[in-house]
Design a protein around this ligand. Structure first.
Ligand code: ADP
Ligand code: MG
Length: 700
């Protein structure tokens, strides 16, 4: 939800702790589930509902089935067991029979249960000495004289809110009634009458009431649908407006391939382009030759050979007397691009440079001058190349490598270095097809499906610390066969210092164990000159083993490195592991990725790691990632620059997504500025939801 950032907050923007029955402590708990204001609270959607009219007698419960019962607690207790830890248990009766409920590792529940309390339990029925529910949903019914409380139980449908430690369901429901009584009237309608009518959606006020205090399940469901639809609708509205904005930029450059540079370039390459690369190139060439600007996403799995396509496209821009820039997310990657290509470019008579935040001041100054006078034609760099004082003579093509690492603002900043330059973004993060269409509705998409010929499958093995000796022996054998090895140590911001220490320690140990070999260390805290130096040594095979943090995660391309050992793989997500593994398997040799995983096969990451061991298809891994972590993570705002989804699920609610998309695009078609009277609700909702995107409404 949009938040009013003024110091004095009232109404819907009032911090939740001031709501009656909340207070500072509960406010803290609510914050963990994303609720900070009254408005957030009113939009806190229940995860599911229990229908009290469907409550069974305990006698009627059958094992293996889901059921809900209402009874009184007749016994409570706790136990500690070796295998399963802390257990809280209660026994409940409803006169027909008794039922035991147990919770594992929830010691916080202990104090909540007292004998004689009425309680509703809902869960799967099992049998262990008696009828049992393991970790069921529970709600203690407090039927005391406090009229404030009793109202909440009059309805037959109980909403179940997302769980947060320290806060029980009824502690949400009581203040919810207060919130509805005092604040609901402040919520403005956010969909037009015609959409409400067309889909038979309730008004926003009825929607909220129905979500929290539904008369029946259907009402609750329709309420949720409306919120999901609305969320998709505004998201698609952004896309429709972006697309419109692009089609209005008629004025782009016409950059046809001339061939006098590109033909020489092809001869310099040590390989032939694959069919896939040629196909993608022809799409790019066609775009560039048009008088409108190109907006293309090139998607190809790690190692599929995207860089050479980028360089080729840059040469077309040069043939037309324009400049081209390639922005990469890490210094290591930008450095690599520069080091790999600048000699070849020089041979073609083209000056290029590298701009990162480590570029020395004097050097930078001279580059900037040469860029402005068009002496330097190709610029490789990190986000340092979008800094204000960098002025291009005539930027014809802007490329972003590994674009999921950049935000929309950085994208825009790069494009703004020219006047509607052609624009190409490249990514190795595969996006499931439906999402492509909906999230990148404003970009044309090219897919590089095949990898260069002769690539062998990477053999991946999930091992444990116990096998270290074997692993070392294996490394030794491979180095004797003149291969090179990465040893990757995790390093994340939150525990940066400790992680760095661990990486340095791994380096020291590795140097001792492999005293006969040459071992190097790179991490993000090195000075850039040192880092370049070590990466170059490794590239030139003056090092056999490179101990590294995740600085090499994206893009690094050293074909002779065929072994990668990953320490603590459980600390990485699937997408990240896939990127890392993509550093090997880049030549003709079989490559090996060895994960030194947790000892216990019960470790939570085991499922993910096993899946990774058995799959090397980027698409499959991305879908799994989507399943495990949800789209919020995989498609975080950083990646597509769109707001995070709060109510809807991109995979589950696809049907609604398509409807919302059609609706949004049709609307912008009919009323590009949202200026018609009947669309004023949508216009004002859009503007208040997306304060940073108001410019989108000025284009049409
Ligand atoms: P990515 O798509 O991950 O960015 P790169 O562009 O780094 O992949 O390419 C990976 C490696 O494959 C590079 O060493 C590159 O030189 C090589 N390569 C690219 N195209 C071909 C080809 N057609 N034949 C053989 N090798 C190729
Ligand atoms: Mg790359």
């Amino acid at each position: 939800m949009t938040k009013n950032k003024t110091a004095y907050k009232t109404g819907l923007a009032l911090p939740i702790q001031y709501l009656k029955n909340i207070g500072p402590k509960r406010a803290l708990y609510l914050k963990r589930i994303g609720v900070e204001t009254i408005e957030d609270f009113l939009f806190l959607v229940p995860r599911r509902y229990i229908d009290r009219t469907k409550i069974s007698k305990i006698r009627e419960l059958t094992t293996g089935q889901h059921g809900s019962v209402y009874g009184k607690i007749i016994a409570t207790g706790t136990r500690k067991t070796k295998a399963k830890g802390n257990i809280v248990r209660i026994v409940v009766t409803d006169q027909t029979d008794i039922l035991e409920a147990v919770w594992f590792n929830r010691p916080d529940l202990k104090s909540g249960f007292k004998t004689n309390q009425p309680v509703i339990l809902s869960g799967n029925v099992t049998y262990y000495e008696r009828k049992q529910m393991v970790n069921p949903f529970y709600e203690i019914i407090t039927e005391d004289s406090d009229s404030d409380k009793s109202f909440v139980y009059t309805g037959s449908i109980i909403p179940i809110y997302p769980l947060t430690e320290g806060l029980s369901n009824w502690e949400i429901r009581r203040p919810m009634q207060n919130a509805i009584n005092s604040y609901l009237h402040l919520i403005p309608e956010s969909l037009s009458h015609s959409i409400l009518n067309q889909y038979s959606f309730p008004t926003i006020k009825n929607t909220i009431t129905n979500l929290h205090f539904p008369k029946n399940l259907i009402d609750a469901q329709i309420g949720q649908e409306r919120l999901k639809f609305e969320e998709f609708f505004y998201l698609e509205l952004i896309l429709a407006l972006r697309k419109l904005a692009q089609s209005c930029q008629q004025k782009g450059y016409t950059l046809p391939e001339k061939g006098f540079i590109t033909s020489k370039f092809l001869k310099l390459l040590p390989f032939q382009l694959t069919q896939g690369q040629n196909k993608v190139l022809s799409q790019i060439k066609a775009d560039m030759a048009k008088p409108t600007s190109m907006n293309r996403l090139l998607q190809g799995d790690v190692g599929s050979g995207k860089t050479v396509i980028a360089v080729y496209a840059m040469l077309i821009a040069i043939e037309n007397a324009f400049q081209a820039a390639l922005m990469a997310p890490t210094e290591i990657l930008a450095e690599q691009h520069y080091l790999v290509w600048h000699d070849k470019l020089k041979e073609l008579g083209i000056d290029s440079c590298l701009l990162t935040s480590s570029t020395k001041t004097a050097q930078r100054k001279s580059y900037l001058a040469d860029i402005q006078t068009n002496k330097i034609k190709i610029i490789f760099g990190t986000h340092a190349l979008i800094e204000q004082d960098i002025k291009f003579h005539k930027l014809g093509l802007a490329i972003i490598d590994e674009q999921h690492r950049f935000g929309v603002m950085q994208r825009a900043a790069l494009i703004n270095k020219g006047i509607n330059p052609d624009f190409l973004v490249m990514t190795a993060t595969p996006i499931p097809r439906t999402l492509q269409m909906t999230l990148y509705g404003d970009l044309e998409i090219s897919v590089l499906a095949e990898k260069p010929p002769g690539r062998k499958r990477i053999i991946t093995r999930l091992t444990t610390d116990k096998e270290r000796d074997k692993i070392y022996k294996f490394i030794q054998d491979k180095i004797t066969e003149v291969r090179q090895v990465y040893i990757v140590c995790p390093l994340i911001e939150e525990s940066e210092k400790l992680d760095l220490k661990a990486a340095i320690k791994t380096y020291e140990q590795t140097s001792k164990i492999f005293a006969q070999f040459r071992v190097g260390l790179v991490h993000g805290k090195l000075k850039s000159s040192e880092r370049i130096n070590i990466m170059e040594q490794f590239r030139r095979h003056e090092l056999d083993i490179l101990v590294t943090t995740t600085v090499i995660e994206v893009g690094v391309d050293i074909a002779n490195a065929t072994v990668m050992v990953i320490e603590h793989p459980e600390r990485f997500g699937l997408a990240q592991l896939h990127q890392l593994r993509g550093r090997i398997g880049r030549g003709q040799e079989t490559s090996y990725c060895i994960l030194i995983g947790p000892d216990s096969s019960f470790a939570p990451a085991m499922h993910r790691l096993k899946f990774f061991e058995q799959n090397d298809d980027g698409f499959l891994l991305a879908e799994k990632d989507l399943e495990i972590r949800g789209p919020g993570q995989l498609l975080g705002t950083r990646q597509h620059g769109l707001p995070d989804l709060r109510f809807a699920d991109l995979t589950e609610d696809r049907a609604l997504l398509f409807k919302a998309r059609d609706e949004a695009f049709a609307l912008i078609d009919a009323d590009p500025n949202l200026s018609k009277p009947e669309n004023q609700i949508i216009r004002s909702t859009f503007l208040s939801k997306f304060k940073d995107r108001t410019e989108l409404l000025r284009v049409g």
